[in-house]
Structure formats: structure tokens, C-alpha cells
Write a protein that binds this ligand. Structure first.
Ligand SMILES: CCCCCCCCCCCCCCCCCC(=O)SCCNC(=O)CCNC(=O)[C@H](O)C(C)(C)COP(=O)(O)OP(=O)(O)OC[C@H]1O[C@@H](n2cnc3c(N)ncnc32)[C@H](O)[C@@H]1OP(=O)(O)O
Ligand SMILES: Cc1cc2nc3c(=O)[nH]c(=O)nc-3n(C[C@H](O)[C@H](O)[C@H](O)COP(=O)(O)OP(=O)(O)OC[C@H]3O[C@@H](n4cnc5c(N)ncnc54)[C@H](O)[C@@H]3O)c2cc1C
Length: 662
């Protein structure tokens, strides 16, 4: 087995223009954090207790069992090692790699819902148990018939004032809860979203704390039907489940009552906003923006390293085969996603800081930031997960045939991460939520109101510049202005389209539906403007080391220019950009790719994913791809014996029969 680094990768690293550690530090927030991250990762990756056979060689049941064992062990070790709450994600991502785990919903949604939706008395009652994993919960909202339309949920929680209980029921097949992670086999509690009924009146979906399995033998409690929904596209390591209730009674105190309340006599106390009950989803959407940047960074790391190791064809007759990354078409596949990974990494950080500031404000009773937070997180969640999806698949195809093997790590990454476009709010639906906010803001600006936050730019309509002027299409100010103009124009045009549909006689819902393609386009343009502007603003950080600001600027330019060329019609349509500008942009892309080429490996190294987290034979840090491909294939269960038992069962008689008939 080769212990040395592949010479091509070695040369790539020697020739880069900067020290990747400096970018790593920038991406993670300083050298101290990077040090902590590396310590925790190496602790997890070198722990023999976490070792197991490759998941790709396992059935769904084995994957679930392996991951359950591993995650429970992780919880115990996190406690023993006294890892700070803020640092746990480093340890966790080294333990689970790119796989979801059966406790993900407990940590990612059940606990956050208790923090965000429970009253102080309820926190006193349940938080200690939940934080210490004495109970395990999930977030049971989606039903077989409704995921998107929460107001259409069918599960009922009917208040009975005589006993001061809620009666939980699943009235139809379509009301079965369907999909919640960790529900199938693991959880004994859930936060249940159900329609609240008091004295025959419906009050809409509310969260309830419901025990579903016995704490003694883990059997479903009386009236509860629960199980696993079966194999999925990915997510083999998680028991996504179904759940139904037949007249299950829970105490009044089990409705989460930080905002809405039901008094013992059945009096309903309204929350400051009904949408506060959706708070956990907003938090997870913000997390998905962070995650999308990381996922894309992983895919691009694998494909870029492999593209430097892989040699193919003759560029010049008689010359050695070039590294495939030297083909400009290969660079055009990968570098825009390399740039996008950086763009979304930084967007994720901004999104989280907006989330933290706004949610602090909201928890103190000031809900004014809620609409902006919802609109921003919905749009960025949708944009980032869509780009990550397309990027992961592009990276897989850029690895040729070997990309299709599970050895590349890319099919599993894709299968586990692609539902980010569906869960926590289906992407089109999320873009339409953002569009709703944009329309409202735009109309407010027409009434003369001053807008703030991410929509402030809608107040001032930018004029289309006079023809004949020249622009420097590499100037980040020029690029941001172009994205801003496009977003403002598309918001304006969607609003005009809506108004025209209304004037043509449609009612508001039909007009909205008729204009929805334009509305999504406007929300997309708004979100893309936010990403480009955020990237450019981060580069103005005066503490940024000059040796890395050049290369980061190139990435930012590439990200903006690539989006501009891909959507050139939007920029050209009203004459804001000219054909000359777009032609110039295309030429700059080629020049930028040539400049980025020597730094490509250093730029992916800077993401700092250890091999144990990447889990890819093609993306190995040492580039020793071929020997490990062979070793990996040899470990496949079909290779345990030279002659498989199916030969004796099927192939042998078949061949013998055919030979006998000759
Ligand atoms: C050891 C260390 C560990 C570290 C751990 C880290 C681990 C992390 C792991 C995380 C794992 C998570 C995995 C995720 C798994 C998936 C979970 C799920 O899918 S769960 C299931 C996820 N399911 C989904 O996401 C369902 C998606 N569906 C929905 O969210 C809603 O049905 C809807 C938004 C589409 C419509 O709602 P509807 O009630 O019909 O509302 P209308 O349209 O009529 O609009 C009325 C007004 O409300 C406004 N508004 C709306 N929402 C919000 C909000 N959130 N806020 C504020 N406002 C909001 C709206 O703007 C409008 O305002 P205006 O114009 O009137 O002023
Ligand atoms: C891996 C995975 C894990 C999940 N985990 C959980 C969990 O832990 N807990 C939980 O409660 N749920 C969970 N879910 C469910 C998930 O949240 C829903 O699937 C998601 O919210 C989408 O809803 P839906 O399935 O009803 O899609 P649908 O709404 O049926 O979407 C189908 C199509 O209809 C379109 N559409 C729907 N409404 C509109 C509209 N108003 N305007 C325009 N187009 C529309 C959509 O764009 C989409 O193209 C999970 C799902 C997956 C895949």
C-alpha cells in the first residue's frame, strides 16, 4: 500500500499561491476554533469504538442498528469528555460523517421546540430529561396527506374541560403522521403538531408533548400505532416513521404553552403571532443554509482532488495524458461550485447570526423581526439546497464512471442530502413564501414606507444606465449593482404581473397562482443578490490576510459572473447589461478559472475535511485512489468467497442445462 502522497496532488499543493490554513481559519472563525475542531475530530476518528463495516455494504436494518449504537455511544462520550455545547458539532460530524442519525431529530428539533415553545414550568418538567437523553423525542408534524399545508393537518387535539385533558385522534389514513426521523423505532416521545379544538371550534395547528412508547418495555402505548415507513432514496441510517392515535388522552399541561394557552375551563389565550408555533422550522431552515455550503464543499473537495489525480486522453498528440482538471470544460464544471461552496459557507454564517439576533429579540417579546427572518431563511434555504443538489450531481458526473461507485462517497452524499430541497419546507413553496414578503414590502415602498433589512434596496428603483458606457465586469461593486437591479426589476415585474392578473378578473389566489413562476423567479433573484452581496461584504474585512484576499476575491467574482452568465437573459432583458458586458463576463470567467487552477487543491484543502469525514476513495487527501479502489471493491460482500453460493443454486444448473442441450 502506497504511504506517500500521490505526486500530482503533492505538486498541486506545492504550487498554490497561499497557505490553506489561513483560509481554514477564516472559514471557521479563527485559529483557536480550528485547533479545537481538529482535536475533536481526531479524537472521534481515532476512537476504535466507532469503527464499523462500510455502510454501503449493509442492509437498511443494519445501517439503522449500527448508527443507533454509534450515536448512543457518542452521546455518552460527549458527556464523559465534557465537550462544550458550542464545540459538539465538530465531534458529531466526525462520528457520523455525511449520514443522518436516529437522534438527529431529538437534538435538531425536539429539544429546540422545547426551548422555543415550552413555558418555564414545562421546561422544568421535561428539559432535564430530554437534555440528558432520559427520554428521546422527535418532531411529528407531516402527515401522509399533508406536509406543506400545515393548516390542513388532520390530527386533532380536542380539549375535554371535564377531565382537563386533550384527546388526540387520527381521523383518517391521510392523517397518519409520516416521515418524522427517529420515530419508527427509536423515540418514546414526540412533539406532535395537531389541530386544536375547544368546544367544537378549531384554533389551528399547535404543538403538544406526547408520550408514544412505554418507558419500561418500549412498546407503543395504548391507542398508539407506530412503525417505520420502509426504505427510502437515502437516509438508511434513520428510522423515519408513521404514527396514529386512537383517543389518546394527555393532560392539559402537555400543550406547549409559551405562546398560546388553554386555561382549565377551555378559554383560549391567543399568541402574539400564530406563526410563533412554526419557530423550530425557521431555525432548521437557517441550519440547512449552513449545511448546504458544507455539503457542496465536500462534493467539490472529492471531485477536485480526484480531477488532479485522474489523467485521461491526449490533449496534444504524443504528450502524456493530462490531469483532467486541466481541461477547461472540467474547470467549468467544478470551479463555479467551488465558488458557490464558499459563497454559501459565508451566507450560512450570516444567516445564523441573523437568526440568533432575531430569535433573541423574539424570545423577549418583540416579534417585529419575524417576517424578515422567515422570508430570508425560507429563500436562502431553498436557494442553497437547490444549488447544493445540482452541484453534488455535477461533481459526481465530473468523476466519470468512478463517481457512480459508492466508493466515491458521492452517491451517498447526494442521497442523504438531496431531501434538503424537500424537508423543512418544499423549496418552491419556500420561494413563494419569500415572494409573498417581497410583494408586501414592494407595495409598502410604493406607499412611501422606508424599507429595512434584506429588502431595503426595493425602495429605490435603479435607473437603467445610458447605453454606450463601459463597465468593469470584474468590479464587485458593479456586479452587486447588477444583481440588485435584476432583483428589484424582477420583484417589480412579478408585482405588475400579479396586478394584471387581478385586473383581468382573477381573484387573489388565482392571480397568485398565475403569477407564481415569476414570483419564484423574483424570490430567487432576491436570494441570489443577498448571497453575492454577502460574499463581497465579507471580503471588505480589514483583518483579512492579503495573501488570501486575492484568491477569495477571484472566487467571489467567479460566483457572481457565473450566475450572471447563466441567467444572462434577466440582466439583458431591460438593457441594464449589454451584450458586450455579458461577452466580457464570459471572458473573465475563463481568465478567472485559469488563475484559480493552480490554487484549486489548496482551496478545497482549506475546507479542512479529514478523510474520515469525507469518506471517499476518490477524494482522499493523499490521492492514492487506485489502490484503495481495489481494496474497497475486494471488501464488498460479493467478494467474500471466490464462488458465490448463488452459483450452486442458480448459475450452475442453468449452465449445465444449456451445455447438455448443445
Ligand atoms: C452532538 C451535537 C449536535 C448538533 C446538532 C445539529 C443537528 C441538526 C440536525 C437537524 C436535522 C434536521 C433534519 C431535518 C429533517 C426534516 C424535518 C422536517 O421536515 S419537519 C417538517 C417541516 N415542514 C415544513 O416545513 C412545512 C412547510 N409549510 C409551512 O411552513 C407552512 O404551511 C407555510 C409557510 C407553507 C404556509 O403556512 P400558513 O400558515 O398557511 O401561512 P400563509 O401562507 O397563509 O401565510 C400567512 C402568514 O404567515 C407568515 N408565515 C408563514 N410561516 C411563517 C414562519 N415560519 N414564521 C413567520 N411567519 C410565517 C407568512 O409570511 C404570511 O405572512 P403575511 O403575508 O400574512 O404577513
Ligand atoms: C428525509 C425526510 C425527512 C423528513 N423528516 C421529517 C420530520 O422529521 N418531521 C416531519 O414532520 N416531517 C418530516 N419530513 C417531511 C417533510 O417535511 C415534507 O415532506 C415536506 O415539508 C414537503 O411536504 P410534502 O411532502 O407534503 O410535499 P408536497 O407539498 O406534497 O409537494 C409536492 C409538490 O407540490 C408542490 N406544491 C405544494 N404546495 C404548493 C403550493 N402552495 N404552491 C405551489 N406548489 C406547491 C411542491 O412544490 C411539490 O412540487 C421529512 C421528509 C423527508 C424526505
Amino acid at each position: 500500500m502506497a504511504a506517500t502522497v500521490n505526486p500530482d496532488l503533492k505538486k498541486e499543493r506545492e504550487n498554490s499561491s497561499f497557505d490553506p490554513n489561513k483560509i481554514t481559519s477564516f472559514l471557521y472563525g479563527g485559529p483557536e476554533i480550528v485547533k479545537k475542531k481538529r482535536e475533536l475530530e481526531s479524537l472521534a476518528l481515532n476512537d476504535p469504538d466507532y469503527q464499523h463495516e462500510d455502510l454501503n455494504f449493509m442492509s437498511q436494518e443494519q445501517q439503522y442498528e449500527t448508527f443507533l449504537k454509534k450515536t448512543l455511544l457518542m452521546v455518552t462520550k460527549v458527556r464523559e469528555l465534557k465537550i462544550d455545547v458550542a464545540d459538539r458539532h465538530f465531534y458529531r460530524s466526525a462520528v457520523i460523517g455525511t449520514n443522518p442519525d436516529p437522534l438527529g431529530l431529538h437534538v435538531g428539533m425536539f429539544l429546540p421546540t422545547l426551548y422555543g415553545q415550552a413555558s418555564q414550568e414545562q421546561k422544568d418538567k421535561w428539559l432535564k430529561m430530554a437534555e440528558n437523553f432520559a427520554i428521546i423525542g422527535t418532531y411529528a408534524q407531516t402527515e401522509m396527506g399533508h406536509g406543506t399545508f400545515l393548516r390542513g393537518l388532520e390530527t386533532t387535539a380536542t380539549y375535554d374541560p371535564t377531565t382537563q385533558e386533550f384527546v388526540i385522534n387520527t381521523p383518517t389514513i391521510t392523517a397518519y403522521k409520516w416521515w418524522p426521523g427517529g420515530l419508527g423505532k427509536t423515540s418514546n416521545y414526540c412533539v406532535l403538531m395537531a389541530q386544536l379544538y375547544i368546544h367544537g371550534k378549531s384554533y389551528g395547528p399547535h404543538p403538544f408533548m406526547v408520550q408514544i412508547r412505554s418507558l419500561q418495555d418500549h412498546k407503543p402505548l395504548p391507542g398508539v400505532t407506530v412503525g417505520d415507513i420502509g426504505p427510502k432514496f437515502g437516509y438508511g441510517s434513520v428510522d423515519n416513521g408513521f404514527l396514529a392515535f386512537n383517543n389518546v388522552r394527555i393532560p392539559r399541561e402537555n400543550m406547549l404553552m409559551k405562546y398560546s394557552k388553554v386555561e382549565p375551563d377551555g378559554t383560549y389565550v391567543k399568541p402574539p403571532s400564530t406563526k410563533l408555533a412554526y419557530g423550530t422550522m425557521v431555525q432548521v431552515r437557517a441550519n440547512i443554509v449552513v449545511n448546504s455550503g458544507r455539503v457542496l464543499a465536500k462534493a467539490v473537495t472529492i471531485a477536485t482532488r480526484y480531477s488532479c489525480v485522474r489523467r485521461q486522453s491526449e490533449m496534444k498528440p504524443g504528450h502524456p495524458e493530462p490531469q483532467v482538471l486541466d481541461y477547461v470544460t472540467q474547470q467549468y464544471k467544478l470551479f463555479p461550485y467551488l465558488a458557490a461552496a464558499y459563497a454559501f459557507w459565508l451566507t450560512g454564517q450570516t444567516m445564523m447570526s441573523v437568526y440568533t439576533t432575531s430569535s433573541n429579540q423574539i424570545s423577549k417579546g418583540d416579534i417585529s423581526a419575524l417576517p424578515e427572518l422567515h422570508a430570508l431563511s425560507a429563500g436562502l434555504k431553498a436557494l442553497s439546497s437547490w444549488v447544493a443538489n445540482v452541484g453534488m450531481e455535477e461533481c459526481r458526473m465530473a468523476c466519470g464512471g468512478h463517481g457512480y461507485s459508492h466508493a466515491s462517497g458521492l452517491p451517498r452524499l447526494y442521497a442523504n442530502m438531496t431531501p434538503g430541497a424537500t424537508y423543512e419546507g418544499e423549496n418552491t413553496v419556500m420561494m413563494l413564501q419569500t415572494a409573498r414578503y417581497l410583494m408586501k414590502s414592494y407595495n409598502q415602498s410604493l406607499q412611501g414606507e422606508k424599507l429595512a433589512g434584506s429588502v431595503a434596496y426595493l425602495s429605490g428603483v435603479q435607473p437603467v444606465p445610458a447605453a454606450g458606457r463601459t463597465r468593469n465586469m470584474l468590479d464587485l461593486g458593479v456586479l452587486c449593482d447588477a444583481y440588485r437591479h435584476r432583483a428589484a426589476r424582477l420583484v417589480h415585474e412579478a408585482a405588475v404581473q400579479l396586478r394584471n392578473e387581478r385586473q383581468a378578473g382573477k381573484d387573489q389566489p388565482d392571480a397568485w397562482n398565475a403569477a407564481s413562476v415569476d414570483l419564484v423567479k423574483a424570490a430567487m433573484a432576491h436570494s441570489q443578490y443577498f448571497v453575492v452581496k454577502n460574499f463581497a461584504e465579507r471580503l471588505t474585512d480589514s483583518t483579512l490576510d492579503s495573501s488570501i484576499s486575492d484568491v477569495l476575491t477571484r472566487l467571489c467574482q467567479l460566483h457572481a459572473l457565473h450566475g450572471l452568465v447563466t441567467n444572462s437573459g434577466d440582466f439583458l432583458e431591460d438593457g441594464y447589461l449589454t451584450g458586450t458586458d455579458v461577452r466580457q463576463a464570459r471572458r473573465h470567467i475563463n481568465a478567472l478559472m485559469a488563475k484559480l487552477r493552480p490554487d484549486a487543491v489548496a482551496l478545497v484543502d482549506a475546507f479542512d475535511f479529514p478523510d474520515g469525514i469525507l469518506n471517499s476513495v476518490l477524494g482522499r487527501y493523499d490521492g492514492n485512489v487506485y489502490e484503495h479502489l481495489l481494496e474497497w471493491a475486494k471488501a464488498s460482500p460479493l467478494n467474500k468467497t471466490d464462488v458465490h453460493q448463488s452459483y450452486h443454486k442458480y448459475l450452475k444448473p442453468f449452465l449445465e442445462d444449456n451445455r447438455a442441450k448443445l
